[in-house]
Write a protein that binds this ligand. Sequence first.
Ligand code: SMN
Ligand code: MG
Length: 363
Amino acid sequence: MGGPVIADLRTVPLRAPLRRPWGPDVTSLRVVAATVADSAGGSGVGFSWTPSAGASAVRALLETDVRAAVSGLPAEPEPVWDRMRAALADAGAGGVTTMAMAAVDIALWDLRARRAALPLVELIGRRRTAVPVYGSGVNLHCPVDELVEQVRRQVDAGCAGVKIKVGLPDLGEDVARVAAVRAEVGPGVPLMIDANQRWDLPAALRAVRALAPYEPHWVEEPLPAEDLRAHAALRARCAVPVAIGENLHTVGRFAEAIGVGACDIVQPNVVRVGGITPFRAIAGLASAGGVGFAPHLLPDLAGQLAMTLSQDTWVEDVEDADFAALGLLAAPSGVRVADGVLTAHTGPGHGLRFREPNPEDDA
Ligand code: SMN
Ligand code: MG
């Protein structure tokens, strides 16, 4: 007799308005919550997530191809992940496919931990009691005084570092903003700059040279994410560490990025890469390849996983954008950010239970 098999997959769309919009076109975040039930009466909760495109496509994939592919399989994340990858291959190796796969993978890890009556962190193996948090913001559109106020709040709250957006059309304006933030936080606080792919190689070289005097801890996504060679060329010609990964979608692409020397730090997003199973594989690659590891967003889950990794890391916290602050949870998860560190004392599983949907969620 084998173990329990997957008996049911249900999905629910949720929409969370942002108290501080991330831009004119990003006023709410979308989550697709998924519940996987097994043949032994167990269940687990997973989710997909996106700030803009993809939620409807992800839900459609889950409701059609993914459900058909996983029904009746052993309710274990690793074999199910392989099966999902094969079943979705014609739709592409990563992107909406991995975003959909993540919902099932996360649900199966939750289910495994609940079956064992253990918090997910304990099931995987806790290596630390807390992880530091850095303050982040989607703030390229914010006037400089608001930007400075934001990083001040974050430093006052104990954040271990701060990250701001750069990549304005006028490099002089970027320099003035980074200078103002560095002056506000002082020399000792790690200050990261994130260009969200806005430069080409000559522009990145110019910008990084102009911003280097403010000692950025890293420059994030200086170039189009798919151009790993250009990142390697930039790294060869500038001293500021390069961080990429929020727009890489597969373990293979992370291996390639590390292999060609595209970055100093990798930043997988646990949803975009396909869930906990590949996220942990990428952490292993980073560790073996001697590059840093800093999860992209989703501190509610990435923070729990960070506690189980061999390498030290920190997690990214955007003001008002954790699941509790977004009003997405039915009950407190046990994940908490206070005094600049994230702690997790959840019940069995990852502790994330989503609220019921309402009519606005489907709009
Ligand atoms: C970012 C990307 C996507 C959504 C929010 C924020 C940003 C980051 O690039 O690194 O935080
Ligand atoms: Mg980024």
